[in-house]
Design a protein around this ligand. Structure first.
Ligand code: MN
Length: 485
């Protein structure tokens, strides 16, 4: 679907590139042994290296390097066996070194690809420009005291992967799908928890606009540190509209860093955009270049888990699911595993339906995610089995499921306890059918007179009389035999 903004001078398209900062799931920082746990007391996870005491030397954390390589492989990207840490020099209160150790000319990961599955069934390939490793900065706190600001260095030195997309995205929706897909891949890989509320994933959003058909990009603005998918989409929308207005008023969009204010739904200028040369990058003399051997990379590649795209293809091929259902089920690794456990050896489409409709519905209403589900995969599987062997009807199964969700009890136990077994004994059903026919001679005559719709009414009455436990097919057959036979 093409996203176009209608202006006075014609249509405008929006060009978007993202720089996503993803925190590596590592217990120690990139160049020190300090812990990285979220939510610790301020300045309790700061070593002399993180605080940039004179004479301290950084030592690279091999685990972090592995995670960056793993992520690169997951993004189908080229791994650069030779990469270099450089100093990005700038002054800021939360940056004790006076520079950030980052990678610039020689990043550890080169070009890659992320595939977007759009809700309308189409797919888009988005290029990855690069992935480099760098340190996070500390955090300034301005809300602790009326006159003073405080600095928390717990985050200083934590390993980030900066993942830079090509300017291939063309709508807020595509940007949203991209971030969700990227997060899904990182979570499958286990290299970043993708927790945007805790700041372990945040995006800088580059936006420009142009008339369709223009070959050059116009000047872009960068919206810094947007920390939710919804905000990323909103920020693009309002920034693109602002730029269209600017161009159409005969003004120029300037290259700058802007801030998104969700409360006022607007972006505001923060500062003129720095250019790379402002940072005086140079190789960090305290660190050797990172030289990997191919066997190290191959070892990581061999141990990669199955990723969402491959899993989706397999779900379609092996379980006969629609592309849409498969996409929903693989988006989250735990959901996919849950589904596989339920579907194994059973009717996979029915399993998918129960998961996406009943279980997701109940989880949503309870504000829980699948890891907290009161119903286990084994229990849901057992419920499907009870339907498959006609122990209970589909209608009773819904009641049993509700009870399972509330109590975490096994479905077999609930059926037993509440006497919900389906009645398949012809004699018992026949008795109920006769009773209902005798009680309703008028309706019975209608059916005999040719009104087939009235049979449905009789089925309902018999089901009611048996508390939903009669086998509906048998009820239907008996009614037809008796009224029409
Ligand atoms: Mn960065």
């Amino acid at each position: 679907m093409t996203y176009l903004i209608q202006g006075d001078t014609g249509d405008w398209e929006v060009v978007i590139g993202l720089e996503v900062h993803a925190q590596v799931s590592s217990e120690a920082k990139l160049f020190s042994g300090s812990p990285t746990a979220f939510g610790a007391e301020p300045n309790t996870q700061v070593s002399l290296v993180d605080a940039a005491m004179p004479g301290m030397l950084p030592v690279i954390n091999k685990f972090c390097v592995e995670q960056a390589v793993k992520t690169g492989l997951g993004l189908q990207a080229a791994i650069n066996l030779h990469s270099v840490f450089e100093r990005k020099n700038y002054f800021y209160a939360d940056l004790p070194q006076g520079y950030q150790i980052s990678q610039y000319q020689h990043p550890i990961v080169g070009e890659g690809t992320v595939i977007l599955d759009m809700p309308d069934g189409t797919s888009r390939e988005i290029g990855i420009e690069r992935l480099h490793m760098e340190q996070d900065a500390g955090k300034s706190m301005h809300d602790q005291d009326p006159k003073r600001s405080f600095i928390d260095l717990n985050r200083a030195g934590v390993c980030l992967m900066e993942i830079v997309s090509k300017p291939d995205l063309r709508s807020p929706e595509e940007a949203g799908v991209f971030v969700r897909k990227l997060r899904s891949i990182l979570r499958y890989l286990g290299t970043c928890d993708g927790n945007m509320e805790q700041g372990s994933m945040r995006a800088d959003v580059n936006v420009s606009v142009r008339h369709p058909g223009e070959t050059e990009y116009r000047t872009r603005a960068e919206i810094k540190n947007v920390n939710s998918v919804r905000f990323i989409m909103q920020a693009i929308e309002v920034e693109a509209a602002r730029q269209v207005e600017t161009w159409e008023a005969g003004d120029e969009v300037v290259q700058e860093t802007r801030l998104f204010d969700p409360d006022r739904a607007e972006t505001r200028s923060m500062r003129a955009k720095e250019f790379a040369h402002d940072y005086r990058y140079f190789p960090d003399p305290d660190l050797l270049p990172v030289d990997l051997d191919q066997a190290f990379v191959d070892g990581i590649a061999a141990a990669l888990p199955e990723l969402p795209d491959a899993k989706k293809e397999r779900f379609i091929a092996d379980f006969g699911l629609s592309a849409y259902d498969a996409g929903v089920l693989v988006a989250d690794r735990e959901t996919a595993a849950f589904f596989e456990n339920v579907a194994e050896g059973r009717d996979a489409k029915q399993a998918a339906n129960w998961l996406t409709t009943n279980l997701f519905g109940a989880l949503n209403a309870a504000g829980k995610d699948i890891a907290e589900s009161p119903v286990s995969a084994a229990q849901l599987g057992e419920l499907l089995d009870l339907m498959a062997d006609a122990t209970i009807s589909g209608r009773i199964a819904k009641d049993v499921f509700e009870e399972m969700f509330e109590t975490s009890k096994d479905p077999g136990a609930i059926v037993e306890e509440k006497g919900l077994k389906q009645i398949t004994d012809t004699g018992a059903i026949e008795a109920a059918v006769d009773q209902v026919i005798n009680d309703n001679p008028g309706q019975a005559d209608e059916v005999r007179g040719g009104n087939d719709k009235a049979i449905g009414w009789f089925v309902g009455q018999v089901m009611k009389a048996t508390q939903g436990k009669a086998n509906p097919q048998m009820v239907n057959q008996l009614l037809r035999d008796k009224l029409k036979g």
